[in-house]
Design a binder for this molecule. Sequence first.
Ligand SMILES: Nc1ncnc2c1ncn2[C@@H]1O[C@H](COP(=O)(O)OP(=O)(O)O)[C@@H](O)[C@H]1O
Ligand SMILES: [Mg+2]
Length: 430
Amino acid sequence: AGSPDNLLAISTQTGAAGVVEKVQLFSLSAILLTGVGILANRQRHGGRARRPAIALLIDSFALGLLLATTLFVVANFEALSPAFRPVQRATLLVIGLAPVVFLIGLLDARLAQSAVGELMVELRANLAPADLRDALARALRDPSVTLAYWLPAFQRYVDLDGRQVEVPDRDGRATTLIDRDGVHVAALLHDGALDDERDLLDGVTAAAGIALENARLQAELQARLEELRGSRARVIAEGQKERQRLERNLHDGAQQRLIALSLELSLLEQRLTTDPEARTRLDQARHEIALSLEELRDVARGIHPAVLSGHGLEVALESIVAQAPLPVRLLIELDGRLQEPLEVAAYYVVSESLANIGKHAQATAATVEVARKRGQIVVEVVDNGIGGADTESGSGLRGLADRVEALGGRLLVWTPTGSGTRVRAEIPCA
Ligand SMILES: Nc1ncnc2c1ncn2[C@@H]1O[C@H](COP(=O)(O)OP(=O)(O)O)[C@@H](O)[C@H]1O
Ligand SMILES: [Mg+2]
């Protein structure tokens, strides 16, 4: 036989060569099909596709592979020959479209690049830490982006407000760790589809470097503040418990014993009918005991106002106002009792302020107001004295501020010289 005009001619003529070619065609088809399978699998596990251009590129490539495979198979079987032409046309069409799809992908990559450029510009303009996340989300074109800053001192991730963030997160987003100079700074939680664009991710995270470090510092500050607030509240609560315990001990111990002693003396006195001098001395002793009891009660009240726990803020305030050395107007607008820490704080604001007025103000009158206003308890003590109170010099006002701030509130003091003093505590309440 002469030399054949083309390769296909061999396969139709010689038996052995035909078998070889069939084997070749089959293995090629198998390889192509495997490629299609891999692509399909990736598509299924890649999460929601966020980058349409990339998805299009991959899909059209898969379609091209699939059609090429079909073409090989069709070419192999005599029975399928009528399908050969249409499949061939479709394959050529898809392959012909490839440059267009590729161009779209290229354009998309360009867009992504310009997004990084925009990010650089934003970063150079001193982007505020609060806006960093949004800028990254725009550059990555993934609105779901979350930034979690690493705090080595706390061994956990937090957001900008210092609140803990779970990494990796429960929604199953992908995590990219961001280091700077070998030190871990933050974790970026983002859509899994972005894993296909390592370059973009690396570019964006590298560009954000210093801004990320700044934001991390802010997050750390917030976390420390939060911790401080918590520990201050705990210290004050602990102190309060200790005071309560002391008061209880005084009440149940020394006070009860003095009362018993006083009764004992009364009984003795009744028996002493003959010696009038002894009777007077017993009477004196009883009087001394009564005075000691009174003093002890004052001490106990200073340590912890038992009347507060027993009868509530209103009664407790009435009792200190009654003991004040000047006329005090008391206005209370509360419906029912408050939480104990709130009552205790309000009580101390009033008692310390009234004590200050007695000691320093040279006032002739004062007003105490306690009211619930817009989710806050407002305690205000006003006098008409000389003013000039100093929140830093003594421990009284400073201590009040600590108490009030530990409950998330604030203490304000207006004290113009010569026109009285106004102490106002605002404490949030549920
Ligand atoms: N109502 C007031 N009128 C005038 N001066 C005041 C008043 N309250 C406080 N002060 C001034 O502010 C200072 C600080 O008060 P405080 O912190 O309670 O400490 P302390 O009462 O132990 O001196 C007082 O020493 C006093 O000079
Ligand atoms: Mg004082």
